[in-house]
Design a protein around this ligand. Structure first.
Ligand SMILES: [Zn+2]
Ligand SMILES: [Zn+2]
Length: 330
């Protein structure tokens, strides 16, 4: 197998060739067709998230074909197209797992963080944390659904059923979620980096009814807002944009510090909450909804060996939509 490997925090990934891995009990081996690049991958590579497995193959938005199965996995899995998300395994015994909050498991494994991920030609995955995907769809288009889509969906559930939804940071997650919200009949207000007219145009093309810089106030008070940008300064900004009892959801895994703010910003029963990881139930709900809503992802593809360039482009905000790595067939 071929892979792009993180040997050391904050260093570029290195190309490596290894023996193909053999699936253990309950595992699948997947020949990867596409793996999208998520902001969380940047946080792992940059060391914002503590103690990754090292050396590590990052990547947790994997689409591929099952080409080997381990003990205890039905052989009819062979040849199927599956997706592998961030949540790679849970203990099923801790208090959170038992109360159906496996996203908060005390002993979880995360794909591309505590176990090897998809910046590679092959990956091993827990069969119980892999999802069947449509074989007729385009693998590259599906890949961003595995995290940007799923985390966006979980964030939207946290945001409640309000009609006016603000999205702060218009990258991979927001571009998918806008399409879902529009399909649901909601109004999307897109907030981008100051002066990022390209992202604002992109949001409007996808059906947002308003787009502006995050410094701007929306024309009407919002029912809820979701912050996808890893910028803590946006927490009070978003709280000021929502009405009384409005909800602000922090959708990212890492954020710069949230500044102190007058209590009045939170007053009025406004809520500020985070979203952590995903559950398998989120995936079971989300994939059919994405299909019904006709979600079309906007992607920029890179060869596997271009992983460092993809990470740089994401860091610099040079992408509309999602970066996706595509290993060349060999
Ligand atoms: Zn657990
Ligand atoms: Zn992710």
């Amino acid at each position: 197998m071929k892979a792009m490997v993180l040997q050391q925090i904050a260093k570029p990934l290195a190309f490596a060739e290894r023996d193909d891995p053999n699936p253990g009990p309950g595992e699948l081996r997947i020949r990867i067709e596409a793996c999208a690049v998520c902001r969380t991958d940047l946080h792992v590579v940059d060391g914002d998230l503590s103690q990754p497995k090292l050396p590590l193959i990052p990547g947790h938005e994997i689409v591929g074909i099952v080409d080997a199965v381990g003990h205890g996995v039905e052989s009819d899995k062979l040849g199927r197209r599956v997706g592998v998300p961030w949540l790679g395994h849970t203990c099923e015994t801790c208090s959170f797992c038992r109360m159906k909050a496996e996203n908060l498991c005390d002993r979880p494994q995360f794909t591309g963080y505590t176990r090897d991920g998809g910046f590679a030609t092959h990956v091993l995955a827990d069969a119980a944390f892999s999802f069947d995907l449509d074989k007729d769809a385009d693998a590259v288009s599906l890949a961003p659904l595995l995290c940007a889509g799923l985390i966006g969906w979980r964030s939207l559930k946290k945001a409640g059923s309000g009609k006016r939804i603000g999205l702060f940071g218009f990258g991979a997650a927001a571009h998918i979620l806008t399409q879902i919200c529009v399909w649901q009949g909601r109004d999307v207000y897109a907030f981008t980096r100051s002066g990022d007219h390209r992202a604002q145009m992109f949001a409007l093309e996808l059906g947002a009814i308003w787009a502006g810089s995050s410094e701007e106030r929306p024309p009407v008070p919002l029912d809820a807002a979701i912050i996808f940008a890893p910028v803590g300064d946006l927490a009070p900004v978003a709280l000021k944009a929502v009405r009384k009892s409005g909800i602000v959801v922090c959708g990212g895994i890492h954020m710069s510090d949230i500044p102190s703010m007058p209590y009045a910003v939170l007053w009025g029963e406004r809520e500020l909450v985070s979203v952590a990881n995903l559950t398998r139930e989120d995936a079971t709900e989300f994939f059919p909804i994405a299909r019904l809503a006709g979600v079309r992802t906007h992607t920029t593809t890179y060869p596997l060996e271009g992983a460092n360039e993809a990470l740089s482009d994401l860091r610099a905000g040079r992408l509309s939509g999602a970066a996706v790595l595509v290993p060349t067939a060999s």
